[in-house]
Design a protein around this ligand. Structure first.
Ligand code: ATP
Ligand code: MG
Length: 371
């Protein structure tokens, strides 16, 4: 927490220097309050005023509703922010007449990081400025993770590549088939590095914007249909048929969600790719769409395969987690697919459920709030 001696009384008196000659004190206060309220409307940040004794919110601007929630007036600031020390900090700000500033991890529909500044307005009221630092926090995290992941994960394919290049350069290999074999391995490693970079960039992009809800209206069924069409030939190569079923009771309307088309497509590409990769040859992958009464669009991607043991299921969406590392690697996997899926679904305020058992079918269920 930091403190700065920034006195609102001083600010108000200098702001009213020009008008105080012509108006009495009550009128000056009213004018200033109106100006502050007007400023609050224009402000992207949240601006609230609270009662000092109990932390009850007296005023809240649009920024506060956007960052926290609607209808804040009349509720107490500590429970609204989920921050039990709020009241004592407010009282400290008023007693000391020194602006109090601190960081707070807010747990709402989306987790955000706030920088909160408390400034005394008068004996009874405090101004609470809520600045959203989530983007900066995400950028810092993504940058740190990206650097760590790149340096760690690229090291082994790079070492392998350098080893083969050195062998080809220094030893005089006459045998054409050996040279070809080396070049094939090198090609695979280079492709792997390129996929890794692409997937890490995708993951970074969605992680940075995870707190910003997308706004495009998307026809869910159409997007799923397009994703299936894109993977049909891939399935055929393993004798796998992709089958789409619309199980909605009322099919008169197209199910719409708020989203970003490219990201929704990426979710289904990843799930379909996995169901084809890890499904049995000559089996069926079912994609089922249904809608719940409380307006969720539910998409299940079901494949027949070896299944997944219970202990792995909670970890599948961790970056680089693979049940069988060697098998996934041999299939060209980076272990980032489901991590990307998880972040995209979270950005869309959706849900991901995974149900599987060894020897049973595997079901990945994605749910999105319908419009
Ligand atoms: P990538 O998607 O980056 O190419 P990947 O498929 O190995 O690589 P994820 O999509 O994140 O990575 O999946 C993580 C792991 O979850 C996989 O390695 C696999 O072990 C398991 N998995 C995912 N989908 C299925 C499925 N349908 N059936 C069985 N196992 C699965
Ligand atoms: Mg995958």
């Amino acid at each position: 927490m930091s403190e700065t001696s920034n006195n609102i009384d001083g600010l108000v008196s200098s702001a009213t220097d020009g008008i105080s000659d012509n108006y009495d004190q009550a009128q000056v206060t009213e004018i200033v309050e109106k100006q502050i309220a007007r400023l609050g409307v224009a402000l992207e940040d949240g601006l609230l005023t609270c009662h000092v004794s109990d932390g009850i919110i007296l005023q809240a601007n649009r920024g506060a509703s956007r960052l926290i929630e609607d209808r804040l007036v009349g509720r107490d600031i500590a429970s609204v922010l989920g921050f039990s020390d709020a009241l004592s900090l407010i009282q400290a700000a008023v007693e000391s007449n020194i602006t109090q500033e601190f960081m707070h991890n807010y747990k709402g529909t989306v987790d955000r990081q706030f920088r909160i500044r408390l400034t005394r307005l008068d004996e009874e009221r405090v101004a609470v400025l809520v600045m959203d630092m989530t983007l900066q926090r995400n950028l810092d995290k993504v940058r740190r993770d990206f650097v760590a992941n790149v340096s760690h994960e690229l090291r082994s394919p790079l070492t392998s590549l350098a080893g083969f290049i050195e062998t080809l350069l220094v030893s005089d290999i006459q045998d054409e088939s050996t040279t070809k074999r080396f070049l094939n391995i090198m090609d695979e490693e280079a492709q792997r590095m390129s996929r890794l970079i692409d997937d890490l960039l995708s993951l970074s992009r969605v992680e940075v914007e995870e707190h910003i809800a997308p706004t495009e209206e998307i026809p869910l069924l159409k997007v799923i249909g397009a994703a299936i069409a894109a993977f049909e030939s891939r399935g055929e190569r393993r004798g796998i048929r992709l089958q789409l079923e619309d199980l909605r009771k009322d099919k008169s309307q197209s199910p719409m969600i708020l989203g970003e088309t490219d990201e929704i497509i990426e979710v289904f590409h990843n799930l379909l790719e996995n169901s084809i990769k890890y499904g049995f040859e000559n089996s069926i992958v079912q994609v089922r769409l249904s809608a719940t009464d409380d307006k969720w669009g539910v998409v299940e991607v079901i494949n027949q395969g070896d299944g997944i043991a219970e202990k792995h299921i909670p970890r599948l969406t961790e970056r680089f987690y693979r049940v069988d590392k060697a098998r996934s690697r041999q299939m060209g996997g980076t272990g980032l697919g489901l991590a990307i899926v998880k972040h995209i679904i979270s950005r869309h305020r959706g849900k991901l459920d995974i149900v599987s058992e060894v020897g049973k079918e595997t079901n990945f269920t994605v749910s999105f709030p319908l419009l």
